[in-house]
Every structure is written in C-alpha cells, then in structure tokens.
Design a binder for this molecule. Structure first.
Ligand code: ADP
Ligand code: MG
Length: 217
C-alpha cells in the first residue's frame, strides 16, 4: 500500500506468547475479528501439524473458532497470500521453520499487519523453534498468562504430565497431556511436590488469597 506521499505504508509485527491455555488463540481471534469489523481483508494461517480440532479452523480451548488456511511450511504463507490482504494472523507460530522470520519481515514490508501467536517455551522451559528471533524483531510483544492448575496463581509455564513417556519437544496432544503451571509448581519434580507443600517460604508465597488476586489480574 502506498501513501499519497509515495512512500510505502509500514506494516507491523505483533507477537502474543505464553504457555498453553493462556488465551493466545482467543487473543488472536479477538484481534482478527476487530480487523474484520474494520473491513480489512484478513487471512489466518496455521501449521498443518496442528490438526487437534479442525483441519481448516483455528480453535481455542474455550471453543472459539475462526476459519484458517493450513500450511505445511512458512513459504506457503507467501504462496497463499492474496493481493488484497491487509492483516495476516498466524497461530501456533512456534511450529514453523526458521524461514518464518523472513516471511513475516516480507509481509510487514508490504504494509501488512502480522499477528503471530505461539508458545514461547516448550514443556522443559526451553525456547520454542523460531520464537526467540520472532520476539526480538516484533514491534509489539504480549506475554500472557494462564492459571496454575495447582495453586490458581498466574501461570507462565506449560507442564507435561509425567505419564507422557515421550521426550520429544512436539507432542501435539489433547489438553490432557499438558497443564498450565506457575514457576514453582512447574519446577517441582513429582517426588518433591509433597515436600514443597510443607516448605514455609513456598507456602507463604502461594497463599490462597494471593492466588485469587493473581487470578483476577
Ligand atoms: P492458548 O491458545 O494460549 O493455548 P486458548 O485461547 O486456546 O489458549 O484457551 C484459553 C482458554 O482456555 C481460557 O479462556 C479458558 O477458558 C480455558 N482454560 C482451560 N484451562 C485453563 C487454565 N489453566 N488457565 C487459563 N485458562 C484455561
Ligand atoms: Mg492456541
């Protein structure tokens, strides 16, 4: 898009990150809906690895959904891009190859608003795929939180239940395999959890009232 002055309108790169259940997909859908209300042509992409609920839809854990185009790699986003598109949303962006950085840059250079949502960390707490670079190059970053399934405080981590004996980073599971957890309850090894419950500093840091305050943030 060109302004009347002749220079290119600049795009913008937004990243929404956080653990599972933090509302990344809800937030992506909210931003897309608002863009659609503004009558901006919007396209939503998702990696085809993530077919948990629906092949051609992005679906949140709270069952919000929106039509999406599944793509096998990041370059396919450029191939499927329509000339009139002003807003591109990409969900589960952590699953893309490292070319996603160049693709997002290219979209922004065309004046497109790019909204990316993805896990910043895997269940081990390591950075996920292209996320570090994407977070760096973004114009806007939101790190959002879920609710810890153990204590109800703010959760920034994804916990994989120990029953899942697979050690791979990617186990596209139904919600059952994963839980959102605060740092304390994510860090605890199973056998240490009882001990943690009796440890004074931890107990005081996670009183019920504080958890409730956090949950209301
Ligand atoms: P994400 O894309 O980050 O995994 P979603 O947008 O799909 O998250 O889902 C967010 C929704 O998940 C919440 O609005 C809530 O209804 C539901 N939910 C289930 N468990 C939790 C939890 N532990 N913390 C927060 N929300 C949860
Ligand atoms: Mg999601």
């Amino acid at each position: 898009m060109r302004h009347s002055m002749g220079h290119l309108a600049s795009g913008v790169v937004e990243v929404v990150c956080g653990p599972m259940f933090s509302g990344k997909t809800e937030e992506l859908i909210r931003r897309v809906r608002r863009a659609q209300i503004a009558r901006l042509k919007t396209q939503i992409f998702k990696p085809s690895i993530d077919d948990r609920y629906h092949e051609s839809k992005v679906v949140s854990h709270s069952s919000l959904s929106i039509q999406a185009v599944p793509v096998r790699n990041s370059v396919q986003i450029l191939e499927k891009l329509l000339d009139t598109t002003r807003v591109v949303a990409i969900d589960e962006v952590q699953f893309f190859d490292k070319d996603i950085i160049a693709v997002v840059k290219k979209l922004a250079r065309r004046g497109i608003r790019v909204i990316c949502a993805g896990l910043d960390q895997d269940f081990k707490g390591n950075s996920f795929g292209p996320m570090p670079e994407l977070l760096c190059m973004a114009d806007h970053v939101d790190k959002i939180h879920a609710i810890c399934t153990v204590c109800g405080s703010s959760a920034s981590k994804t916990y994989r239940k120990p029953e899942e004996d697979c050690d791979e980073q990617i186990l596209v599971g139904e919600g059952d395999a994963y839980e959102a957890r605060c740092r304390t309850h994510w860090d605890a090894f199973e056998e240490d959890e009882d001990l943690l419950a009796f440890s004074l500093p931890l107990k005081s840091a996670h009183t019920k009232s504080e958890a409730v305050v956090n949950a209301q943030e």
